[in-house]
Ligand binder design. Structure first.
Ligand code: MG
Length: 347
């Protein structure tokens, strides 16, 4: 069957620049692809590799899509370079929407269950550094009880000194996730993990750089030596990385960004069968990627840890953002997103 292929690039300023150990992000760049079949059914997918995380770039996908031309077949699309995992994932998402939906933005899969699943807690992303102290009170008032704080941005001593101030503002039962984005060396990670023990730290995400020599052994050793669970994020760029860590028997958390995987359903099936601990996380998508990633998250049958999707609104304008950050997310919030409207406004 012949398909019409379109794509659009976007370059969207962030409403609030995002500072992590990878640097300061002020503009989100990426692209969306659209497939239309002969019956007029439409599928949309988003290609949004994260700078500092993926090696893949939107510009790589753009060149490949440009060479494909306007008319393609499923066979041509199945034959794209497999290292463009975000592009392969976006095309798979577009295909699911096209085949499952009526072309009106309803993805079709998974079907709305007769009894909607309970609302899913969302972790609220606090700004790095001291700015977190100024924000946590208002987020608590909104009802958030799980927070994520970006660390590894300032010297370890300065950030550790803030930790108890931050925890002191939280009521009993509230929990904090720390995300170092790989910024620490062994000694720094040990200092932090000593401090985290017996504090309400849900997990410490990517304490050391996934690319450093011996990173795997170091992560496994730290996970054994300290009581606070560790979560892998930058260690899991590709689907194959997740499989590798599953095979190693990783007992910590797997942070999964469905938008960045070529075949998230297959990977999640493996994680579910292994009884793995999974945290679903945003890749700073527009509503097109958000709809797909959250639909996939809501089909997860394992334990539901707070969603790492408390990021929107990221951008100005209507129909561009995923569900606005709230203490809980429901499937209905996801189903309200209309990818076709997003496609139109990204023009
Ligand atoms: Mg992370």
């Amino acid at each position: 069957m012949s398909l019409r292929l379109d794509y659009r690039s976007y370059s969207l300023p962030l409403l609030r620049p995002l500072r992590t150990a990878h640097g300061l992000c002020t503009v989100r760049e990426g692209g969306v692809v659209r497939l239309v079949d002969e019956s007029g059914a439409v599928g949309l997918g988003e290609v949004c590799p994260l700078p500092g995380f993926n090696r893949e770039r939107w510009s790589d996908s753009e060149s490949v899509l440009g060479r494909l031309g306007e008319h393609v077949t499923w066979e041509t699309l199945a034959d794209l370079p497999s290292d463009l995992e975000c592009l392969c994932g976006a095309l798979a998402a577009a295909r699911r929407m096209l085949e499952g939906g009526r072309g009106d933005g309803d993805r079709g899969a998974p079907d709305q269950p007769a009894t909607p699943p309970p609302a899913w807690p969302v972790a609220s992303l606090l700004p790095a550094g001291k700015a977190a102290l100024g924000e946590v009170d208002s987020r608590l008032e909104l009802g958030f009880r799980i927070f994520k704080w970006k660390v590894g941005v300032a010297p370890v001593g300065d950030e550790i000194a803030l930790l108890d101030d931050l925890l002191g503002r939280m009521p009993e039962g509230a929990r904090l996730r720390l995300d170092a984005n790989g910024a620490w060396g062994r000694r720094q990670a040990e200092r932090w993990l000593e401090r985290c023990a017996e504090r309400p730290i849900e997990h410490v995400e990517q304490p050391v750089d996934a690319e450093r020599k011996g990173a795997e052994d170091l992560l496994l050793g730290l996970a054994d030596d300290y009581p606070t669970p560790l979560a892998l994020d930058e260690s899991l760029v590709l689907g194959a990385d997740i499989t590798t860590w599953l095979e190693k028997g990783w007992q910590g958390v797997f942070v999964v960004k469905p938008s960045l995987l070529a075949d998230p359903e297959a990977i999640l099936g493996r994680l579910e069968r292994a009884g793995a601990k999974v945290v679903f996380s945003s890749a700073l998508e527009t509503a097109i990627g958000a709809r797909n990633a959250l639909d996939i998250a809501f089909s997860w049958g394992g334990e539901r840890r707070a969603l790492g999707f408390g990021v929107w609104p990221l951008f100005g304008g209507l129909h561009v953002n995923g569900p606005h950050a709230a203490p809980f997310m429901q499937l209905a919030d996801v189903r309200r997103l209309d990818p076709q409207k997003t496609w139109t406004v990204l023009n």
